[in-house]
Design a protein around this ligand. Structure first.
Ligand SMILES: [Zn+2]
Length: 216
């Protein structure tokens, strides 16, 4: 039997790794300004293909290419946390979206976007509408997610981990400061499907540098 991940017992999750865990509190005033051209480059082929029930949330599986810090990656999936995991300047958003990328060596990078309550999001709407409990459904059309990927504004980056077991470290995090929005109604529908919070508690930075880079 599959056991659903229990966030009320997360202090018992086994962290067989080190001192570079995620999520972390992010402070824009103390982040180190770092200029980088072409930090996040999205190819045209990044799209959602299917939608899976992960019990704690849903996950859009997809394909496509990106170049992050001059390294090639493939888009794997987009999943959701409510409330947000990263806390930016003491502000915890209603949601956080994780775009997961993997390079040819299996190395992971996660592009994170917080979402506040506001205008409805069209991609989230498609996922809410097409979701089927306990199934992986093929989306009716390939879902273009470029409008959800950060293209402007500052991005905070640091080296961390997966935020669910096995909590593997060596994950490159890119947390966009420019938020997305979902409507109150969309978040309510999401919580009808997934009622429990699925945010891991904040982890200590332990001296890790946080860099802030403005996208072109
Ligand atoms: Zn996540």
């Amino acid at each position: 039997m599959r056991v659903m991940l229990d966030y009320t017992k997360q202090e018992q999750w086994k962290n067989g790794f080190g001192q570079q865990q995620s999520p972390v509190p992010l402070n824009t005033a103390t982040a180190q300004a770092a200029v980088a051209n072409h930090l996040l480059v999205w190819q045209n082929d990044i799209e959602g293909v299917s939608l899976s029930d992960k019990e704690i949330n849903f996950q859009m599986n997809g394909h496509g290419h990106a170049v992050l810090e001059q390294r090639p990656y493939q888009f794997q999936q987009l999943h959701f946390h409510a409330p947000a995991e990263h806390v930016i300047d003491d502000d915890q958003a209603a949601m956080e979206w994780h775009f997961v990328f993997q390079d040819a060596a299996g190395q992971l990078a996660v592009v994170a976007r917080v979402a506040h309550i506001g205008a409805p999001d069209p991609v989230f709407e498609q996922l809410l509408t097409q979701f089927k409990p306990h199934e992986t459904v093929t989306l009716k059309q390939l879902l273009d997610v470029h409008a959800e990927l950060p293209a402007t504004g500052p991005v905070l980056r640091y080296l961390g981990s997966l935020t669910t077991p096995p909590l593997t470290e060596g994950v490159r995090w890119y947390v966009a400061q420019t938020p997305l929005s979902v409507s109150k109604g969309q978040l309510a529908r999401y919580h009808q499907l997934f009622e429990h919070p699925n945010n891991r508690h904040l982890q200590a930075l332990n001296g890790r540098p946080v860099l802030q880079t403005k996208l072109n």
